[in-house]
Design a protein around this ligand. Sequence first.
Ligand SMILES: C[S@@+](CC[C@H](N)C(=O)[O-])C[C@H]1O[C@@H](n2cnc3c(N)ncnc32)[C@H](O)[C@@H]1O
Length: 428
Amino acid sequence: MVKTQLAAATVVQKVLGGSNLTGVLQDLWQSESSLTPQQRGAIQDLSYGVLRFYGQLEAILGLLLSKPVRDRQLHHLLLIGLYQLLYSKTRPFVVVDHAVNASRSLTSGKGMQGLVNAVLRNFLRQRDALLEQAAHQETGCYSYPQWWIDKLRLQFPQRFQAILDAGNQHPPMTLRVNQRKIAVQDYRDLLVQHDMPAEWLGGAALRLDKPVLVQKLPGFHEGLVSVQDLGAQFAVPLLDVHDGMRVLDACAAPGGKTAHLLELGDIALTALDNDAQRLTRVRHNLDRLKLSVAQLLCGDAGQPDSWWDGQKYDRILADVPCSASGVVRRHPDIKWLRRESDMAKLVAQQRGILAALWKTLNRNGKLLYVTCSIFAEENLAQIEGFIQQQPDARLLTPSDLPAETLPDGQLLPDERHDGFFYALLQKV
Ligand SMILES: C[S@@+](CC[C@H](N)C(=O)[O-])C[C@H]1O[C@@H](n2cnc3c(N)ncnc32)[C@H](O)[C@@H]1O
């Protein structure tokens, strides 16, 4: 456990220094190829867990220390230990023992074993009082930055606590069955045969009772199934696509919704993304699912002149870059990496993409604007602003919007799905 505690402390330190969690873990798997699957799993659990509850853990550590620990590695090792004492099933004396040993192997941690031992044991002694005191600060209570809490309180005065709480839960593992290859109920039976029971959530969605490694899913490599949150699966059916249509997936990578579009209709689909590396993931996903796209283009959706052939589209999916505030339970690093000051730039970028794509849409054509955000400025406020500027744009109310979506198109995160926003626009 010493090795995993140390590795997780380094991962957390890098993320809080500004790096993306998925990228940091991928780099680690590459540089430390001798790590066993169990060690990888433990490092991942610890890193995700500390970032999920970072606000609370920081508040507790602040209460336990008379002055800050100067060495950042040691600081993060203490956070890992506190997280384990609060949220893991490992016996407390094992956690403390291993954290003390881990601190011994830090160059700067030499002579710090006494401190690590004292901090973690003091936590165990005063646990309830410390938890109560930490919760007096909102960041300690909810484990989000203050600006995030304030924004949600303002936008969802009745629901903000439930939203914050939903973002701190473990996400379910939800699958989308490739209905071109197998019926949903047949795939569910196949899962049962492999001892992986799952609940049908409607459409092509199945939620596994227990998450498994993707590679273990029956028929995964043969393209029978993909992993995709239920909220993401709600998007494509709203676009009302019919066979033979010319369709643009404007922000396509890694291709979850591209594949869903192709699973549902025989369409001429162009998949566009401005990130060439991410675009290769679209290709890999489509190859695995045995689906083919008319065109895969690298280009800026906000600058159609550089990639568009001039023929208008019947349908456009604009799954625009956003704050990702609706998917923090899958990416807890977002809470700490996103800055309030990012919002204006994101909103301007979305506005530019929407206006540019509109010119490429046929009359009577439909455009579905999607974000995985719960912040109003990226969602309804963005769409209202667009409609004011665009007299030929009409906001439709799709008949098959999931029941739990709010009337304005906002889907709030809960135990079934992440948070998303959908707006279906028609050119009149
Ligand atoms: C929310 S993700 C899309 C997820 C994807 N639709 C799916 O379901 O798998 C947003 C994507 O937009 C891309 N992107 C960002 N700015 C863009 C732009 N100006 N033009 C085209 N793509 C852009 C990003 O590289 C990213 O892959």
